[in-house]
Design a protein around this ligand. Structure first.
Ligand SMILES: [Zn+2]
Ligand SMILES: [Zn+2]
Length: 134
């Protein structure tokens, strides 16, 4: 993992883009149903970074998916980009939208109680049925 490099990414059509010089806060794969619905994917892998250090360009659409959390997406092509928690100054970046998708890997799986049943996790990462221990 590059220590001082810029983390950047964007949507499929190119209308929305983001970048930060900050280091990730944490990197997780969430298997909860809200993340499945919000991303349209079997699970949500995301790199969480400080919100106040992320620059965002483009016409981001936002949807409040639960208390204190809103999801950002491109209103033109539909790419799921962000999960923002303003109260903790953090924002998750969808790993599929990263410009360098192989740069990071999750350190744990969370909410595996609702993991899709066909999916066999073989990466030996810690798994938590709901929230991880603080
Ligand atoms: Zn787009
Ligand atoms: Zn989730």
């Amino acid at each position: 993992m590059a220590k001082d490099g810029i983390i950047s990414g964007g949507c499929l059509c190119g209308a929305c883009a983001y970048s930060t010089r900050a280091a990730p806060i944490d990197i997780r794969a969430c298997h909860c149903r809200i993340c499945q619905k919000a991303t349209g994917a079997p699970f949500y892998a995301r790199v969480r970074v400080p919100l106040d250090q992320l620059s965002i360009k483009g016409p981001i659409g936002w949807y409040s998916s639960s208390e204190g959390l809103r999801r950002g997406f491109c209103p033109r092509c539909g790419t799921s980009l962000f999960s923002e928690r303003a109260e903790t100054n953090s924002i998750g970046l969808t790993m599929g939208s990263l410009d360098d998708p192989d740069r990071f890997q999750p350190t744990m799986h969370i909410f595996t109680a609702s993991k899709q049943i066909w999916l066999k996790l073989a990466d030996d990462l810690p798994c938590y049925e709901d929230f991880p221990p603080v």
